[in-house]
Ligand binder design. Structure first.
Ligand SMILES: O=C(O)[C@H](O)COP(=O)(O)O
Length: 293
């Protein structure tokens, strides 16, 4: 399977001890994934294909695992929240008629947001590749410590107006600001490397919030995290101790659930598995090649 080769060999033999199940799903394709723009914290909705991907993700979880999510974690970004609601409506037959019944399952945090792509947000990936060349482009996109050029101000999209004039693009850069009102503004980034995402927010959030929830799950239950490419790469790096070198080769497909089994110490008991391995492989390849054609 495509991504397994990037994992270090830190896995423990499968044992008969109880395990806890974590399902990670990157949101369905967003409108800017479709139009090839750097998105980051810009609050872009799903494309039509993204809605279908989210629905399929729900069906896969239902049909291939029958696991019942006790909590559904999302970021603050609409594409993650929208995907989670579509997945929930597939998993729970009465979800659309009685959403209040499921309200307490949803937990959202900006700490699960996509990597802040700094001054690249709103720019065309092919154009950036053409301007800076493949080495720098991939350093910004995939290296562990590559920080993109910073945006001029902190907050959601960060002064995108200085670089982009298309109103269709601008509308997603400004609407997000209100969501971060309750967050200490000094904590909000102007651009992040994967390392910053993992060490300053995803790891602490996982350890403090998700891990205790996950270790409290029983048989037939799971924790579902519907988030972003960088959030999921961070979590995989952390849980599987993937090297800085190998994490560069990991691409996360949109709308493709992956299952991780952990023991009572939150150590994975085997390799993670995509519920649709061939679809995930094709999706990861598509993500990898973004900007190149
Ligand atoms: O923020 C974005 O543009 C994408 O969701 C992730 O982009 P990447 O695959 O180029 O890191």
């Amino acid at each position: 399977m495509q991504d397994v080769s990037v994992l270090n060999n830190h896995l423990r033999p499968v044992s008969s001890r109880p395990s806890h199940k974590l399902i990670l799903v990157r949101h369905g394709e967003s409108q800017w994934n479709d139009s090839n723009l750097f998105c980051g914290w810009c609050d872009v909705p799903l494309s039509h294909r993204g809605e279908i991907e989210a629905e399929n993700a729900g069906k896969l979880i239902l049909e291939k695992t029958s696991l019942h999510p006790v909590s559904i974690y999302t970021s603050f970004l609409d594409r993650s929240i929208e995907s989670a609601h579509i997945i929930a409506s597939t998993l729970f037959p009465d979800y659309t008629t009685n959403p209040a019944r499921y309200e307490t399952k949803f937990v959202s945090s900006w700490k699960l947001n996509e990597r802040h792509y700094g001054a690249l947000q709103g720019l065309d990936k092919s154009q950036v590749l053409k301007e800076v060349g493949p080495e720098k482009y991939m350093f910004w996109r995939r290296s562990y410590d590559g920080v993109p050029p910073l945006a001029e101000s902190s907050g959601s999209a960060g002064a995108i107006e200085a670089r982009v004039s298309d109103p269709e693009i601008l509308k997603y850069s400004t609407i997000a600001t209100a969501k971060y009102k309750g967050v200490d503004q000094d904590e909000l980034p102007r651009g992040e490397s994967l390392e910053m995402v993992l060490q300053t927010r995803v790891r602490p959030y996982f350890e403090e919030v998700i891990r205790p929830d996950l270790l409290g799950t029983k048989d037939a239950e799971c924790i579902l995290v519907v988030a972003h490419g960088s959030t999921i790469r961070s979590l995989i790096k952390y849980l599987y101790n993937v090297s800085n070198e190998n994490i560069q080769r990991l691409n996360i497909p949109t709308g493709s659930p992956l299952l991780i089994d952990v023991d009572e110490n939150c150590v994975p008991v085997n390799e993670y598995t995509y519920l649709d391995p061939s679809g995930a492989k094709a999706g990861a390849e598509k993500v990898k090649n973004q900007g190149f054609h």
